[in-house]
Each structure stands twice: as structure tokens, then as C-alpha cells.
Design a protein around this ligand. Structure first.
Ligand SMILES: *[C@@H]1O[C@H](CO)[C@@H](O)[C@H](O)[C@H]1NC(C)=O
Ligand SMILES: *[C@@H]1O[C@H](CO)[C@@H](O)[C@H](O)[C@H]1NC(C)=O
Ligand SMILES: *[C@@H]1O[C@H](CO)[C@@H](O)[C@H](O)[C@H]1NC(C)=O
Length: 428
């Protein structure tokens, strides 16, 4: 009887707990191993003790809410309970976000924000290249997608084959569509078919290598074009996407500012950022083959690359193949679009002073800088913990040394106390 009541209370509590959470996230078990091919599934592999997982939890609930109306099911698995799941999917850290579709599995490496995770899942859930069949759909696409690729023409021929192949490689990172001239209508400037476009900032830009007849050469050209064009003209550069930006092989031109916790940038820094953006917006043709512009809201990211604390705001250019970086000679406050253009010319002509690189000495210095900055940020984040972590062992060490080298002082103190007690007793 008692155990029945206990069971009842237990069930009631579980129901209350789960209904207050009211989350659309499915708590899964190792049954996933049997059903992961019946997806699409978007799964967070987590461990209850992991702080990053706890931080992701509210985001994950939003992701689940957002994707509720789609076919994508959003869940999570406690990998400390279901170790076989972690083992099967070779989970190396927590949280790991994975997408399952048929026989395919994808690991998410981007920023852990709702928008980025949702986009990742939406790109992968559909076919590699989605067909657009209604003209009005383009209004929605232009509104919802910051960047997308569009192939206009029949689903056959060499360009189509190559486009489809390249799309399957970049599916986690970009949206790919196909349509016909009558459907696209006025949305993109079609001269002939097939034509490839990339859409960003209200314009469709065409691919210009359609005349290449050599298959290998064409594949290489389309691959490079997609790889370089899949970013907005002036993206926010973060820990989560900088690696992808490095893969473009272009020079990164970064306006470095600082955001407060509410994601606001102070007016003077905002002005600087807009000024840098105006350079690429006005001279896209001139720069966009060799330079990818962007802005950074977390100076820490750039400090690690530059191996120094950069002033704010500032401008840095990074050669992504050699890892060299460049600073303009003018102070950031005095920079003008014209000065930036001169600076970029100097970099193109290889006569701007460069720093960093990939040499052995630089690598050593970089590691040392990283250790130093993580210690500093630890101290700033939690001085007490840092003191305990580094101070306690140091304290013990000095105690031990003290004991080894100065034992008689302790002994002497003890004797004195004893003597003092003895003299008290005598007085009594
Ligand atoms: C690409 O666009 C340019 C300018 O809009 C145009 O002159 C050219 O014919 C287009 N090329 C193709 C293949 O559509
Ligand atoms: C096309 O080029 C890319 C990049 O060079 C390569 O990874 C891919 O295998 C090529 N595809 C074909 C079908 O040759
Ligand atoms: C990066 O530097 C190398 C060596 O100086 C140079 O050959 C290359 O063109 C540079 N990259 C860009 C995108 O300018």
C-alpha cells in the first residue's frame, strides 16, 4: 500500500515537473540507435554535469518550438546514462548537436544560437536542391534567407550535375534552389539558361563561368564560387563561423568592435563599423574576389589571432592561407574609406608590413599568449576560484617547504606556549 502511494506521488511529481517545463524537446533513450534513420532528427547529446549543456537548454527549447511545425523532431539524450549512444556516434564532447537523415549524420559546429541551429536543420532536412515552383515563393525566400543559391534551367546537363554535387557538399552551410525562367520571372536577371545565381542583400549575382566546357575545370570553378559566395557581404564573424570563413582562402577584413551583453554596440564603434561596411558595399566588384569583409563583436577572438590586445574599435586584415595579419598605419579613429582602400592596395601588392604567420616561433608565441589570456579571463571571471585553484597548491607547497626548512621555529613556539602555561599554573 505504502509503495503504491509512493509510486503515485512519484508519477504526480514527474507529471508536474514535465508540464511546468512544457518543452517540445523529446527526452530520448538508446532506442534512437534503432530509429535514427526514420528522422529527420535534431539531437543534442548532453551530460547532466556539463555547464555548456545547461546554457544550451533554453536555446534548445526555442529550437524545438520553432521546428515544431516541420517534419524535424528535436530531442536530447543523456549520454552518461546511454553510453552506447555516445560510443556509436563517437561523441567527443558535450554538448554535441547532431542531425540524422536516412543513412546520413551531420555534426553541427556553428554558433549555439537558435537562428543558426534552425537554419542548419532546415538546410539538411530538405532535398539537396529544392525546386521553386511558384513565383510568389521568391518573395518569401528573399525575406527568410539571407543568402541562397539558385539554378535556373532544366535538371539535366553538365552544369546541373556539378551544381547538384557541389550543393550536396555545402548543404549544411547554404540553401540551394532550382527553378525555371517563367517562375523566376522578374526576380533575377536571366539572359539565357542554365544560369547560376547567388542571392544576397536584395540582389541576384550571376556566376560568370558558364562557358567553361572542361568538366573538371567547371567543377573546380563552381566549387570555388559557391565556397566564396556563401557568406553575406558583411557578416558578423564569430567563434562559430570564422573557421568556415578561413576556408574561402580570401583575406578577411574585420572591423573589431565590442558588444555589451544586450548585443548593443556603442555609437562611435557603430559608426566605425558602418564606415568599413561602406567600402565593400560601394566597391564590391573591385574587392570581393580577394577580400571577405565582416565585423567582430567579441574582441577576444581577434586578440587571439593578433596575439595582442587590439584597441577598440580597430581594423585588421588576415591572410587566411598564411595566417599573417595586417594593421593600418593610421589610428582607427582617423581611418576613412579612402585610407582603407589604400591599405588594401598595399596588402594586394604585398608591401604592407605583416605580422604573425605560421612559423614555429609564432606558433610557440601564440600558445603562450593563449595560456596567458585564459588565465587573465579566468581571473576576471572568477578571481576566487582562480586563487583557490592556483593559490591553494601554492599555499600547500609553501607550508611544506616551511616545514622542511624551518621545523625548529614551530617547535620553539610550542615550547614557549607550554612554558607560558606552566608559569600561569605556577602563579595560580
Ligand atoms: C551576368 O550578368 C551580367 C550583368 O548583369 C550580364 O551582362 C551577363 O550577360 C550575365 N551572364 C549570364 C551568363 O547570365
Ligand atoms: C569537384 O571539386 C571539388 C573541389 O575541388 C571536389 O571536392 C569534388 O570531388 C569534385 N567533384 C567531382 C565530381 O569531380
Ligand atoms: C596570402 O599571402 C600569400 C603569400 O604572401 C599570397 O600569395 C596570397 O595571394 C595571399 N592571399 C590573398 C587572398 O591575397
Amino acid at each position: 500500500m505504502v509503495s503504491l502511494i509512493r509510486l503515485f506521488i512519484f508519477i504526480a511529481c514527474t507529471v508536474i515537473v514535465s508540464s511546468t517545463e512544457a518543452s517540445r524537446v523529446l527526452e530520448l533513450s538508446d532506442k534512437l540507435l534503432d530509429i535514427h534513420k526514420e528522422g529527420p532528427w535534431l539531437i543534442m547529446m548532453y551530460a547532466p554535469w556539463c555547464a555548456h549543456c545547461k546554457r544550451l537548454e533554453p536555446v534548445w527549447a526555442h529550437v524545438a518550438q520553432y521546428l515544431h511545425s516541420t517534419s524535424i523532431r528535436v530531442g536530447r539524450i543523456d549520454c552518461t546514462r546511454f553510453k552506447n549512444v555516445a560510443h556509436t556516434f563517437q561523441i567527443k564532447g558535450f554538448p554535441t548537436i547532431m542531425f540524422f537523415k536516412g543513412d546520413q549524420q551531420f555534426v553541427y559546429n556553428g554558433d549555439r544560437t537558435r537562428d543558426e541551429i534552425v537554419k542548419f536543420a532546415l538546410r539538411l532536412s530538405g532535398p539537396v536542391v529544392q525546386e521553386v515552383t511558384r513565383t510568389t515563393s521568391f518573395d518569401t525566400l528573399k525575406k527568410d534567407r539571407e543568402v541562397y543559391f539558385l539554378y535556373v534551367g532544366e535538371r539535366s546537363g553538365m552544369i546541373w550535375d556539378i551544381y547538384h554535387n557541389v550543393a550536396s557538399i555545402f548543404q549544411p552551410h547554404a540553401f540551394f534552389y532550382q527553378s525555371h525562367p517563367v517562375v523566376v520571372d522578374k526576380h533575377a536577371p536571366i539572359v539565357k539558361t542554365p544560369t547560376l545565381f547567388v542571392y544576397k542583400e536584395n540582389s541576384h549575382y550571376n556566376f560568370s563561368g558558364h562557358d567553361i566546357t572542361d568538366r573538371k575545370k567547371l567543377n573546380e570553378t563552381i566549387y570555388k564560387w559557391v565556397n566564396a559566395e556563401r557568406f553575406p557581404t558583411f557578416p558578423k564573424v564569430t567563434q562559430g563561423n570564422i573557421y568556415q570563413l578561413y576556408l574561402t582562402g580570401k583575406n578577411l577584413v574585420l572591423a573589431v568592435v565590442e558588444e555589451n551583453p544586450l548585443e548593443e554596440v556603442s555609437p562611435d564603434m557603430l559608426e566605425f563599423k558602418d564606415m568599413v561596411e561602406s567600402v565593400i558595399k560601394r566597391k564590391r566588384q573591385k574587392y570581393h574576389d580577394h577580400f571577405q569583409f565582416g565585423w567582430v563583436a567579441n574582441p577576444e577572438l581577434v586578440n587571439r589571432i593578433a596575439m595582442m590586445v587590439v584597441p577598440l574599435p580597430s581594423l585588421i586584415v588576415i591572410n587566411t592561407t598564411t595566417n599573417h595579419h595586417y594593421f593600418p598605419e593610421d589610428e582607427p579613429e582617423k581611418l576613412t574609406p579612402h585610407a582603407i582602400e589604400l591599405f588594401l592596395e598595399h596588402i594586394r601588392n604585398e608591401n604592407a608590413p605583416k605580422y604573425g604567420g605560421n612559423s614555429f616561433v609564432v606558433k610557440i608565441y601564440r600558445s603562450w599568449f593563449e595560456v596567458k589570456s585564459s588565465l587573465v579571463s579566468m581571473w576576471q571571471g572568477n578571481p576566487i576560484l582562480t586563487l583557490v585553484l592556483f593559490g591553494l597548491p601554492a599555499g600547500f607547497l609553501s607550508l611544506i617547504c616551511y616545514n622542511i626548512w624551518c621545523p625548529d621555529i614551530f617547535d620553539a613556539d610550542d615550547e614557549e606556549e607550554e612554558n607560558a602555561e606552566a608559569s600561569h599554573k605556577k602563579k595560580d
